[in-house]
Design a protein around this ligand. Structure first.
Ligand SMILES: Cc1cc2nc3c(=O)[nH]c(=O)nc-3n(C[C@H](O)[C@H](O)[C@H](O)COP(=O)(O)OP(=O)(O)OC[C@H]3O[C@@H](n4cnc5c(N)ncnc54)[C@H](O)[C@@H]3O)c2cc1C
Length: 330
């Protein structure tokens, strides 16, 4: 079975990983330069060296046994670490948030810098329409994108799924990145719900990080929405002044002062799990189908892989393979 997965964030990579464990070799396509999605880590060069900022998910928890097993495996592989300062059950990618994705992507066939603008179904399977090329045919296509980015791909192909994605609205988030030559005037490394700031943290206080004093400041969704089209430099200035006020730092000249706009940050979380149409071989996964968190994305990708693997055609092939292996060893 030829499988294409559009989106190599956590949901897409999880789906690929579980399909791979049953012998399938999905091909992934992602518009990004490398593994990150909304678990992104941004590296900024300064005169005093590179500084890294986790600009998407800040930490995650594992509330289900399945995801807890995955996190335990990541911990054994050294790509996540617990971060008690954020809470007794908090985990982060280590030494940066995108590390678990990097480890997963390393075992998969991922095409980076590959924006998929459309999909169409021909007699011999699905065709993916990229900027300057077409890929396919594929028997199965998985769409592992935020709801708003999934909608245009679903529109001409699965109207019921498209209605679901169109009904899921994500909130935006402006995220500030600041680095300083000297530590700020605060022993605390985490601030929650302070004025327009929903979260601010000393990135270098997370496990496995070192180097220059680096802070991430995320504005709340209402303020972010109201200021969505404001210039990035102005947003950075406002978030910096909030950070300096919060940490009671009278004055500090930042080495890095930047802002990143997430148009689709926090999804609604429809509680459905995943979507699968076995007649046309089209699946959808992502945090928005379950819960707006790292764990929601993982469970959705895992759930979709399970649904695909339950397809009768695959089970028939699997039983033929077992018989063949048995005959061989006999
Ligand atoms: C600011 C912020 C803070 C957050 N904080 C937390 C937190 O503290 N704890 C927590 O658990 N969760 C948090 N989250 C949510 C968490 O990051 C997400 O739930 C999770 O990473 C979603 O994974 P995903 O695979 O569903 O989607 P994504 O990570 O968005 O992956 C989708 C992928 O699709 C690619 N893509 C998009 N369109 C196309 C296209 N047309 N063609 C090809 N590729 C495409 C993108 O490049 C991306 O790699 C936060 C998110 C943000 C943005």
């Amino acid at each position: 079975m030829r499988v294409a997965i559009i989106g190599a964030g956590l949901a897409g990579l999880t789906c690929a990983q579980h399909l791979g464990s049953e012998g399938l070799r999905p091909v992934l396509f992602d518009k990004g330069k490398g593994p990150s999605g909304r678990m992104a880590t941004r590296t900024v060069k300064t005169a005093l060296g590179d500084v890294r900022f986790d600009i998407g998910a800040q930490y995650f928890t594992a509330q289900t046994p399945r995801f807890a097993n995955q996190v335990a495996q990541w911990a054994e592989d050294g790509v996540v670490a617990s971060w008690p300062e954020a809470g007794p059950y908090a985990w982060v990618g280590s030494p940066s948030m995108s590390c678990p994705l990097g480890a997963m992507a390393a075992t998969q066939d991922v095409n980076w810098n590959s924006f998929v603008g459309g999909i169409s179904r021909k007699n011999d399977g699905w065709i993916l329409h990229l900027d300057r090329a077409e890929e396919g045919p594929f028997d199965v296509v998985v769409i592992a994108l935020p709801a708003e980015q999934a909608t245009p791909l679903l529109a001409l192909n699965e109207s019921m799924f498209m209605l679901q994605s169109a009904s899921s609205v994500s909130t935006p988030c402006w995220c500030g990145m600041f680095a300083f030559a000297e530590p700020l005037n605060s022993r605390r490394s985490i601030f929650r719900e302070t004025g327009i700031v929903s979260w601010a943290c000393r990135n270098t206080a997370k496990p496995g990080r070192y180097g220059l004093e680096a802070w991430v400041v995320q504005a709340d969704s209402i303020w972010s929405q109201a200021n969505l089209e404001v210039e990035q430099a102005n947003i950075a200035e406002i978030l910096l002044s909030n950070l300096l006020a919060m940490t009671a730092t009278p004055r500090a000249a930042p080495l890095v002062s930047q802002a990143h706009r997430w148009r689709f940050s926090k999804s609604q979380g429809l509680g459905l799990g995943e979507l699968w149409n076995s007649t046309i071989g089209l699946g959808v996964c992502g945090d928005w189908l379950l819960a707006p968190r790292v764990e929601g994305a993982w469970l959705s990708g895992f759930g979709l892989a399970q649904r695909i693997l339950q397809e009768p055609v695959l089970n028939k092939r699997r039983s033929l393979r077992v018989t063949a292996d048995h005959n061989f060893s006999a």
